[in-house]
Design a protein around this ligand. Structure first.
Ligand SMILES: [Zn+2]
Length: 354
C-alpha cells in the first residue's frame, strides 16, 4: 500500500464492546486502510481479508499448504482463494484507480478475522473509515454476487463422564456417547426447523449444525473422563445468535460462545450487486447468467457502515473461482483474476460516476 502511495493507516480491534469477545490479543495485528483522496462526495471501499482457515491435516494436501504451487491454471495453497487472491485484486485495483479523476474517496481495507469475529472490518469502522458503498472481494465466482448470508454461531462445550476401564463400562458414563446424544437432540431440532422453513431466499434447508472439533479419550482401553466439542450452527431470520443460543442451551447445557457470532444478513435490492450485474452482462454478454444470491456462509458485510451508522450499500464479489476453501488442496483459478478485476473496475467506475 505504501508503495502505491496509499498512505495506509492502521486500525486495531479491542477486547471490549462493540467488538466481539474472542480472548485474543489485537495489539500486533493491525487492519490496514489505504486511501485515494477523492474530489467527489462520499466514499467507496474495497475490502479483503488476510486471515485464513487453519490447516487441520497437512497429510491431506497433495501440494504443500504454504507452497503456492502453480499447476496449470491452479494456484494451490492455504488462502490462495480465500482470500489472498482478494488482497491481490484489491492492490491491482488500487493501482488502476490512481489514474481516475473526479472520484469519491476510495478506501482499500485489508482486514483480519473475517473468518470468524468480523472484528477487523469493525475496527476500520471504529477508526473512522466508514463508507457509503463497498465491494468485499471474497469467495465468489465471476458470475455471482452475494447480498445475503445466514446467521452463524460457534459453540464450545465440554461433557464430563465417569471414567473407568473399558471392561467396566457398566459403572462408567461414556462422555462420547453422552456428547453425541446431546448433539442428536439439537440436530433433531435443526431438522424440525428445516421442515417448518425449508427455504430462505436461495438457500434450501437454511438451518444447519456442523461438528468441527471433537476431542476425547486416548485409547480403546478406557472410558474417557470428558469430551470437548466445537460446533457451528447456521440459521435464517428471524433467528438471532441469542435465540439460537437459548435453544442450544436446552440441548447441550452450558457452553461458551466462540469467535463466530453473527446474525443473518440481507440487503436486497443491492446497488453494488446490480451495478456488477449490469457491467458483467455488458462485458461478457451471453457467457453465463449473473446471479445475486444468498449464501450459507458469512462475511463482513454486516460490519460495513456509513457515517451515520446505517448499513453501507455493499455486496460480496470476486476474486473468482477455485475450490476447497478451509480444507485441503485449496486453489484459485488464476485465469479468473484479470476478467474479475475488470468487472469490479467497471462497476466501481459506474458507482463513482452515478
Ligand atoms: Zn473469505
Amino acid at each position: 500500500m505504501r508503495f502505491l502511495g496509499l498512505q495506509p493507516r492502521a486500525a486495531y480491534a479491542k477486547s471490549a464492546p462493540p467488538f466481539h469477545e474472542t480472548g485474543r490479543n489485537y495489539q500486533e495485528r493491525p487492519n490496514l486502510v489505504g486511501r485515494l483522496e477523492g474530489t467527489g462526495r462520499g466514499r467507496v471501499m474495497l475490502n479483503a481479508h488476510v486471515d485464513t482457515a487453519p490447516i487441520t491435516d497437512p497429510q491431506a494436501w497433495t501440494h504443500p499448504p504454504y507452497g503456492a504451487i502453480v499447476e496449470g491454471d491452479r494456484l494451490y495453497g492455504r488462502g490462495a482463494l480465500d482470500d489472498k487472491a482478494g488482497i491481490a485484486m484489491m492492490m491491482l485495483l488500487a493501482e488502476v484507480f490512481q489514474e481516475i479523476e473526479h472520484a469519491p474517496e476510495l478506501l482499500f481495507a485489508s482486514v483480519i478475522e473475517d473468518e470468524d469475529s468480523g472484528n477487523g472490518s469493525l475496527a476500520c469502522m471504529e477508526a473512522g473509515f466508514w463508507t457509503d458503498h463497498a465491494i468485499v472481494l471474497d469467495g465468489t465466482w465471476p458470475f455471482r454476487a452475494i447480498d445475503s448470508h445466514l446467521g452463524q454461531l460457534w459453540l464450545h462445550f465440554e461433557v464430563p463422564g465417569v471414567a473407568a476401564p473399558s471392561c467396566s463400562w457398566a459403572r462408567a458414563v461414556n462422555p462420547i456417547d453422552l456428547a453425541f446424544q446431546k448433539i442428536a437432540g439439537l440436530r433433531a431440532w435443526v431438522d424440525e426447523q428445516n421442515r417448518r422453513m425449508p427455504q430462505w431466499l436461495e438457500i434450501a434447508n437454511p438451518f444447519f449444525l456442523s461438528i468441527g472439533e471433537f476431542h476425547s479419550g486416548s485409547w480403546a482401553g478406557s472410558v474417557p473422563e470428558r469430551a470437548q466439542v466445537s460446533l457451528q450452527m447456521g440459521f435464517p431470520p428471524p433467528w438471532t445468535p441469542e435465540s439460537i443460543a437459548a435453544v442450544a442451551r436446552e440441548h447441550l447445557g452450558d457452553f461458551r460462545i466462540g469467535a463466530l457470532c453473527t446474525p443473518p444478513h440481507t440487503q436486497r435490492p443491492n446497488r453494488p450487486a446490480e451495478l456488477l450485474r449490469a457491467q458483467v452482462d455488458r462485458l461478457r454478454a451471453g457467457e453465463m447468467e449473473f446471479r445475486i444470491q444468498a449464501v450459507t456462509g458469512h462475511c463482513d458485510l454486516r460490519n460495513l457502515r456509513k457515517q451515520d451508522g446505517s448499513l453501507a450499500e455493499a455486496c460480496l464479489y470476486g476474486p473468482g473461482g477455485g475450490a476447497n476453501p478451509h480444507v485441503a488442496d485449496e486453489y484459485y483459478l488464476m485465469s479468473h483474476f484479470v476478467p474479475v478485476a475488470q468487472n469490479v473496475a467497471s462497476a466501481l467506475l459506474e458507482l463513482i460516476r452515478s
